[in-house]
Design a protein around this ligand. Structure first.
Ligand code: UD1
Ligand code: UDP
Length: 376
């Protein structure tokens, strides 16, 4: 390895920023030279800039501005842009996060250029190849050199796919690190006042293609959410993907439904912290509600995060079952998580990842952290 090696983080979409912040901070504390490449997959200020500010992320060294498009067009633009920028910067390691198209493109580009890679949030599986994210996860894990898992079952899936145990490390969940770091700033009161909603409310987020891309699916979903809004006011910070389709299906601001722009990280989690109920199809929100002990109903047939059901407050529901499930969750009051919090969700995943990366840069492969003990 050369003197003063360089680590590049490839980030593109909202959840990437949340997962990367603790890793970037911890590598900084170890004095590792690093930079962020922003692909520009998400580009609205409320989908990108606000996260850099809220999470204290440094300015990217490059923004590729790839923007939106079909999977092929977006991935093609990502491949071309990333190849150029990786060749220009000559990193010793590229770190990718989660399961978005920017993640997939970065791992492909680096594999072809012979640049080593690390994948943060490796081994999650929904076993649903109809989800674009599942395709991205499988390809990313097949090509990564270092794989950082957030939950134990991921290690078994990776082993089953032939990934050597020497590459995998169970490190905990960096998205939960970000939540821990933000916790003192999470206050529902000012957000509730600004939105003009009562103190008892639900929050809903919807953006999965299977839920919002067709008028039929959107209508079924919106009808179910509107029924919930007859029980409790619902705030919906709308992801740009579903904005038009959900509005056409009847999700409009007024009465007991507050439809608002996407919220910044601190505002959103403040709202979630004070919510009586969360309804979502987001991956990250399933984890954050588990950590905060807020009841979560996930509008999906499956989840790549089953630990939020076995050790958390999450339940999968269909649109048809949502109103009754919401009624029960609201009647039961504060959620009792199903078990202890997932192992190593202790706010220290970033430092664990940074320790493994720093050792790897020096030529050491630390013993797989899967042997790490639950903190006292
Ligand atoms: C992407 C990820 C998804 C992740 C989500 C997080 C893929 C395949 N999907 O989905 O896994 O859960 O991010 O939020 O990578 N748009 C804007 N402004 C923006 C960004 C997007 O208006 O700043 C609109 C555009 O119309 C765009 C659509 O949202 O076509 C979808 O954006 P895209 O990045 O392709 O996928 P997401 O649905 O955001
Ligand atoms: N989030 C946010 N504002 C919002 C909605 C979500 O800050 O209006 C945060 C949320 O707390 C989590 C991340 O965005 O940290 C999850 O992103 P998203 O749901 O878009 O993606 P997924 O996790 O489904 O990939």
């Amino acid at each position: 390895m050369r003197e003063n090696p360089l680590v590049l983080h490839v980030l593109g979409a909202r959840p990437n920023f949340v997962k990367a912040a603790p890793v970037v901070r911890a590598l900084g504390e170890l004095g590792v030279r690093q930079g962020i490449i922003h692909t520009g997959q998400h580009y609205d200020a409320l989908m990108s800039d606000v996260f850099f500010a809220d999470l204290g992320l440094p300015e990217p060294v490059a923004n590729l501005g790839v923007g939106s498009g079909s999977h092929a067009k977006q991935t093609a633009a990502l491949l071309v842009g990333l190849e150029e920028v990786v060749q220009e910067h000559e990193p010793d390691l590229v770190v990718v996060y989660g399961d978005v198209n920017s993640t997939l493109a970065a791992i492909l580009v680096c594999a072809k250029l012979g640049v080593p890679t690390a994948h943060v949030e490796a081994g999650l599986r929904s076993f649903d190849r109809g989800m674009p994210e599942e395709v991205n996860r499988v390809v990313t894990d097949a090509l990564a050199d270092l794989l950082f898992a957030t939950s134990p079952e991921a290690l078994a899936y990776l082993a089953g796919e032939g990934v050597p145990a020497s590459k995998t490390h169970l490190v905990g969940n960096p998205m939960i690190d970000s939540l821990y770091a933000a916790l003192p700033a999470l206050d529902p009161a000012p957000v509730v006042a600004r939105l003009g909603i009562p103190d008892r409310y639900a929050v809903a987020t919807l953006h999965r293609p299977a839920n919002v891309d067709t008028p039929e699916a959107a209508k079924e979903l919106v009808d179910a959410v509107l029924e919930v809004s007859r029980q409790v006011p619902v705030v919906v910070p709308v992801h740009p993907r579903g904005k038009a389709r959900l509005a056409e299906a009847g999700l409009v601001d007024g009465g007991t439904v507050r439809v608002v722009d996407p919220l910044g990280y601190v505002d959103f989690l403040s709202l979630v912290r004070g919510a009586a109920l969360v309804v979502t199809d987001s991956g990250g929100v399933q984890e954050e509600t588990t950590m905060l002990g807020v009841p979560c109903l996930t509008l999906r047939p499956n989840t790549e995060r089953p630990i939020t059901i076995t050790h958390g407050t999450n339940r999968l529901v269909t649109p048809a079952l949502l109103p009754a499930a919401a009624e029960k969750a609201l009647a039961d009051g504060a959620a009792t998580p199903a078990g202890e919090l997932p192992v190593l969700w202790d706010g220290k995943a970033g430092p664990r990842i940074a320790t493994v990366i720093a050792a790897w840069l020096k030529g050491d492969n630390l013993a797989p952290a899967s042997q790490a003990k639950r903190p006292e």
